[in-house]
Design a protein around this ligand. Structure first.
Ligand code: ADE
Length: 272
């Protein structure tokens, strides 16, 4: 069996039912991909459903208050994503989708490709770490450079079937060809996989560790936004609740205000 047939065959039997797979609406796909950028599938599913119930179209999101959007976002983290998504919805509601989706705030080449594949079935590769890992092992025995791997991913997109192909690769990479415990024994590709044949399945360039969350600026930003979900507060009150000094608290509030995640009214800080 060929590479493609093996992956398609595996997917037919093992695919996950994910709510963003029953739609071709670019807005819904966009919401899912923005949520999935830094958050795991299981945590995204309920948030995705709640978000789309409340904001079913770009217009609903464009007309919402940022505070209401942040409220629904809470628990997902990386809250700037929510502000960017609302700004993107404002542009889409006014002028429709730009030809180049990466003109929208918060949308880089990966998200742009994912929306093109999953909403429009365009023949584009979607290259995330899971998909790179499959290609790295299968074609390069775990030793390809990123450039060569990405070129191979692009070359292998089957014409006219990008939507199902990229979904299949995502599931294959996150369920079978995983980073730390790949299920090679039951893998339909093992006889032709370069890494399996050479015994280099474990040989993967290791991604740099995620920055420590505990005690980080990101943690404090998250804590401030959670407090503001309940009520507006002065900087002094925020500092007391966080156990930080006022200057350090003000510095982070300044940043949140610049990013439109918070506003100052008189001496109080609140959600926008
Ligand atoms: N991670 C990023 N995009 C995804 C998708 N569409 N399905 C599953 N996991 C994903």
């Amino acid at each position: 069996m060929t590479f493609h047939n093996s992956i398609f065959g595996w997917f037919a039997k093992n695919k996950r039912d994910l709510p963003w797979r029953t739609t071709e609406d670019p807005y819904r796909i966009l919401v899912s991909e923005i949520m999935l950028q830094q958050t795991q599938v299981e945590r995204v599913v309920p948030k995705y459903l709640a978000f789309l119930k409340r904001f079913p179209t770009p217009r609903h999101l464009a007309e919402a208050e940022t505070g209401a959007v942040l409220r629904l976002w809470s628990g997902l983290g990386y809250n700037r994503r929510a502000v960017n998504l609302k700004q993107a919805a404002e542009i889409i509601a006014q002028r429709g989708y730009p030809d180049d989706l990466s003109e929208l705030p918060g949308i880089g080449p990966y998200t742009s490709a994912a929306v093109q594949a999953f909403a429009f079935n365009r023949d584009v590769p979607v290259v995330d770490t899971n998909i790179r890992r499959i290609f790295s092992r299968y074609f390069f025995a775990g030793k390809g450079t990123q450039e060569r791997i990405d070129a191979k991913v692009a070359e292998q997109v089957p014409a006219g079937r990008s939507r199902i192909w990229n979904n299949a690769l995502m599931d294959f990479g996150s369920m079978l060809c995983t980073a730390s415990s790949p299920a090679c024994a039951s893998c339909p590709l093992k006889r032709s996989c370069a890494a399996f044949k050479k015994g280099t399945v474990a040989y993967l360039r290791i991604a740099p560790p995620q920055k420590k969350f505990e005690g980080s600026r990101r943690q404090t930003r998250g804590a401030i936004l959670r407090l503001l979900l309940v009520s507006s507060l002065t900087e002094q009150e925020l500092a007391d609740k966080l156990g930080k000094n006022v200057a350090a608290t003000r510095d982070i509030v300044d940043e949140l205000v610049r990013e439109k995640l918070a506003v100052r009214r008189q001496r109080r800080v609140s959600l926008p």
